[in-house]
Design a protein around this ligand. Structure first.
Ligand SMILES: Nc1nc2c(ncn2[C@@H]2O[C@H](COP(=O)(O)OP(=O)(O)OP(=O)(O)O)[C@@H](O)[C@H]2O)c(=O)[nH]1
Ligand SMILES: [Mg+2]
Length: 409
């Protein structure tokens, strides 16, 4: 609230400007990030307030938005309802988590021909608050696929810090396991997919579920147990898996695929050569490795890091799952509770209204009364049993309500 004061103008008009807008809290994807570690120790993010309006009709400065950066694959849920707020995938994708408050209105705006010197202004509107849980869905760049026992988990355990269960019986791995592989400064995510079997495309051995994971990767590493232990035929194993990929989705069969002939340490050289030739003839790139002795693994990781960087990024999740619009439900203007003998009215709206009212000013009191009427507060109070002369608590302060039309209560 401000009035013009100038040398030659003894009673200048009102000139209080509006307040500035508060900053919003925005969450944005930065593809250079790959963990949620930043949030381990910092939980509260509060954007700044706008500044007050000033005399001379100066509008207050609006505060900048507060940007919180998260890695791609961050899922945002309401901490209170668990509702999905956002599934942030692409670099730069963002969502407004909490809208900044609005600036108050300066007294010059309340002037009119009758009310020439309003001695009140309104305080700003409080910004929104939201409590969220963040979850990081790692999007794998590489999928390790193959028959059970081919050595997928063993390979993941030697190229990343992941510690998947390894054992000499099939179906050791029951759920995909992710590992981060670091090559110099470059990091990429490799998923160890549980063993696939014939019929996976129809759902055998949870195959369908796993194939869905594979779909989102850039490149497939197809592990084949070259040793042919337990009377298996490595070449037919290789073909069976590719058949399943094709039956599940043609695109998957066309995904870049490298074939890793594993267990070279226990496979006779001639057989390796034979197998390699046959598979290369089908147009696949073949690597000979031993996950157990790490033979050939370094070269594989080198080539793989370069390849992953060159390939287009992993496919996003189902479009329908993507960035569902989240809207804030309008909060109720006020709540009425019984507090002993009295009725208590609470909520941000009434608090702000009280703060912006100058009760020693007639105009301001009238403005207050009109806001109360417009919000239906009086009606609501009468509906829950308020009688004329009753004392009501408005945000903790006592008010006496008259039922008649007189504004001067
Ligand atoms: N000799 C030899 N054994 C290996 C090699 N790689 C893996 N193995 C063994 O093969 C068996 C199966 O290995 P895992 O890594 O559990 O195989 P997997 O492909 O993850 O199997 P599932 O999880 O059942 O699909 C284990 O006993 C490993 O020790 C290798 O290069 N050489
Ligand atoms: Mg495994």
């Amino acid at each position: 609230m401000s009035f013009r004061r100038e040398k030659n103008i003894p009673a200048g008009g009102p000139d209080g400007g509006d307040g500035g807008k508060g900053g919003s809290v925005i969450m944005r994807v930065n593809a250079a990030k790959n963990t949620l570690l930043d949030f381990r120790f910092r939980h509260n993010f509060i954007a700044q307030n706008g500044t007050n309006g000033g005399s001379n009709n100066r509008t207050g400065k609006s505060a900048p938005d507060l940007i919180i950066e998260v890695p791609p694959g961050t899922i945002v849920r309401s901490a209170d309802t668990n509702e999905l707020i956002a599934d942030l995938l692409e670099d730069g994708a963002e969502i407004v988590l909490a809208e900044g408050g609005k600036g108050g209105i300066g007294n010059s705006k309340f002037a009119n021909s009758v009310r020439q010197a309003p001695r009140f202004s309104t305080s700003g509107k409080t910004g929104q608050e939201l409590r969220v849980n963040l979850e990081l869905k790692l999007i794998a760049d590489v999928a390790l696929i193959g028959f059970p026992n081919a050595g997928k988990s063993t390979l993941l355990s030697v190229i990343s810090a992941a510690k998947p269960k390894i054992a000499d019986y099939p179906f050791t791995t029951l759920e995909p396991v992710l590992g981060v592989v670091a090559k110099d400064d470059f990091r990429f995510v490799v998923a160890d997919i549980p063993g696939l079997i014939s019929g996976a495309a129809e759902g055998a051995g949870m195959g369908h579920d796993f194939l869905r994971h594979i779909e989102r990767t850039r490149i497939l590493l197809h592990l084949v147990d070259a040793s042919g232990q337990e009377g298996r035929d490595p070449y037919s194993d290789f073909q069976v898996i590719n058949q399943e990929l094709l039956r599940y989705k043609e695109e998957l069969a066309e995904r870049p695929q490298w074939v890793l002939l594993n267990k070279t340490d226990i496979t006779p050289e001639v057989e390796l050569k034979n197998l390699q030739e046959k598979i290369e003839q089908e147009g696949y790139k073949v690597y000979l490795i031993s996950a157990a002795t790490k033979d050939g693994v370094d070269k594989l990781v080198n080539d793989l890091a370069a390849e992953v960087q060159a390939l287009p990024p992993s496919l996003p999740y189902d479009e329908s799952e993507l960035r569902r619009k989240y809207s804030f439900t309008d909060e109720e203007k006020f709540t009425i509770k019984r507090q002993g003998e009295k009725l208590a009215v609470e909520g941000a709206w009434i608090r702000e209204l009280l703060q912006s009212t100058n009760f020693s000013d007639y105009e301001s009191r009238r403005h207050f009364q009109r806001q109360i009427d417009a919000a239906g507060l009086e009606k609501a109070l009468l509906a829950v049993g308020m009688k004329a002369g009753d004392t009501v608590l408005l945000d903790g302060s006592e008010f006496e309500f008259d039922e008649d039309e007189d504004d001067e209560s």
